[in-house]
Design a protein around this ligand. Sequence first.
Ligand SMILES: [Zn+2]
Length: 135
Amino acid sequence: MHEWALAESIIMAVVDLAKRENAKEILEVELLVGELQTLNIEVLEFALNELKRGTMAENAKIKFSKQFPRFKCIACGNVWEIRNLENILSRDEIESIHFIPELSHVFIKCPRCGSNDFQVTEGRGIILKGVVLKK
Ligand SMILES: [Zn+2]
């Protein structure tokens, strides 16, 4: 259900923006999706396509691009992205991390000092990356 609320606020935000810019319609909406987010993207996409009907975004193409998660080690301050870990972790472990973010602390260690005390600084949410308007 969270996906529908989010879709609603995304549509509201882009329609607001289009109105402020005096646009005729919204051609494209690009969303940056964190790889560690726990939303169901298919549900979100469905919700967006349902909710855009009858709005200025009716014909807008919804595009998703992925954001690699970023981590910051609390022990040494090192910052790294998960794509750097693909050589360290097995394929199965990476899959588990994608599906169950809570497991990331079990598998991921700081590549510099080996600590598993870290923060996820990016890659958790959804960001409105860009909107293409027709004026
Ligand atoms: Zn470290």
